[in-house]
Design a binder for this molecule. Structure first.
Ligand code: ATP
Ligand code: LTN
Length: 346
């Protein structure tokens, strides 16, 4: 039987391979929301022709908080479907599941040896997610950013498109890569975060001081991509607003500013243009229009979701061939890393 060569080996994707490399990851932890879409996936889609893209469903990261076998499997499948339904073209990008490429875990261990305990202790995501319970949370939650560094460095990413909350992790990745290179010689590519000004931090609908989050116990705090039009409109109607009646962007009105910013991104306007369009109209009219704008943005994605759900073999094949491509690339990096460090080789 002929060995199946990957596109990486045949050079069939050579035009893509010459583009700057991009890597990003997303956790299969359920409740994919508008913040994830506006802060991350929408940008991945918009820029997909400009870069050689690798996108990863980071199931190993999801283990840092308790999961069940069935829940995890379902979340991985759903997230892959959402990513493709949102417009990621699997012909142009590599989309794969992290645990299908064992090199991620291996590089994570090696990088732990050049990561300082104090660096990890300063990570704000650990402080937020451990909720002060650092005696009982998993140690995976603590070493989580090292696995993230391994994801990025394994794939030689120059750019990492993420929301604002991930900036600190990308900076840590740079520091770790720099320290590795100093100790072992130039080996790893130093990545830069790609954080857009707009959409980088969508706030919760029930509390504009917190980011919209999958793990919020209150489903009214986020618009989930699977919400029906009625639910979306109701959630927007119920969203907290600030005192007053005018539609104005104002740092003293964080709730309203958040809603205006969502409106502006989805209609490709500036917040000032949105403000202008609603002069003399009240919160009721604005929220009603915003509900319609979100529904209109999400509906085509939901339609594609339904089509893909009806043929699950499509996503299975996307993830299978994505894993082959990602493994092929990762193997090359690990040969380099193991050799530099002086590991095994017998
Ligand atoms: P949790 O909210 O439970 O912490 P999460 O949604 O932040 O989970 P991921 O699913 O891993 O975690 O995030 C995927 C991407 O979405 C990341 O690039 C992250 O920066 C971005 N993101 C998450 N929340 C927001 C938000 N509220 N606004 C903008 N971008 C966001
Ligand atoms: N930590 C990220 C998810 C993530 C990621 C990555 C993002 C894991 N590996 C590599 C960018 C690049 C999060 O919680 N949003």
């Amino acid at each position: 039987m002929a060995t199946q060569l990957t596109t990486h080996q045949t050079g069939a994707d050579s035009a893509i391979e010459r583009l700057p490399r991009v890597f990003s990851g997303i956790q299969p932890s359920g409740n994919f929301h508008l913040g994830n879409y506006l802060g991350a996936i929408r940008n991945w889609v918009k820029q997909q022709d400009l870069y050689a893209n690798t996108f990863c469903i980071v199931d190993l990261h999801a283990l840092s908080l308790a999961t069940t076998r069935e829940g995890l499997q379902e979340n991985i499948r759903n997230l892959a479907t959402i990513i493709v339904a949102s417009g990621i073209d699997p012909e142009h990008c590599t989309l794969f599941v992290q645990s299908d490429v064992a090199e991620h875990s291996e590089l994570c261990w090696i990088l732990q040896s050049v990561t300082q305990f104090g660096e990890l202790r300063r990570m704000t995501q650990f402080k937020d997610k451990s909720g002060g319970q650092d005696e009982s949370v998993s140690s995976a939650l603590f070493t989580y950013p090292v696995l993230q560094a391994a994801d990025i460095l394994l794939h030689d990413a120059e750019l990492v498109p993420v929301g604002e909350d991930q900036k600190q992790h990308i900076e840590l990745t740079r520091d770790v890569a720099h320290r590795f290179n100093q100790r072992y010689g130039e080996t790893l590519v130093l990545p830069r975060p790609d954080i857009k000004e707009e959409g980088a931090r969508i706030m919760a609908l029930d509390d504009p001081t917190k980011k919209m989050s999958k793990s919020s116990p209150n489903p009214n705090s986020y618009v989930a991509l699977g919400d029906t039009p009625d639910i979306i409109r109701r959630k927007i109607k119920r969203a907290v607003t600030d005192s007053g009646s005018e539609i104005v962007v104002d740092p003293d009105k964080p709730a309203l500013s958040n809603l205006i910013s969502i409106y502006a991104i989805l209609t490709e306007q500036t917040p000032a243009e949105v403000q202008e369009a609603f002069v003399g109209k009240g919160y009721g009219a604005f929220k009603s229009d915003l509900g319609d704008v979100i529904v209109a943005a999400i509906e085509p994605i939901q339609r594609r979701l339904a089509e893909l759900d009806a043929s699950p073999e499509i996503i299975e094949e996307v993830l299978r061939s994505g894993a082959v491509k990602a493994r092929d690339y990762a193997r090359g990096t690990m040969i380099r890393v193991r050799d530099r460090v002086g590991l095994g080789g017998f």
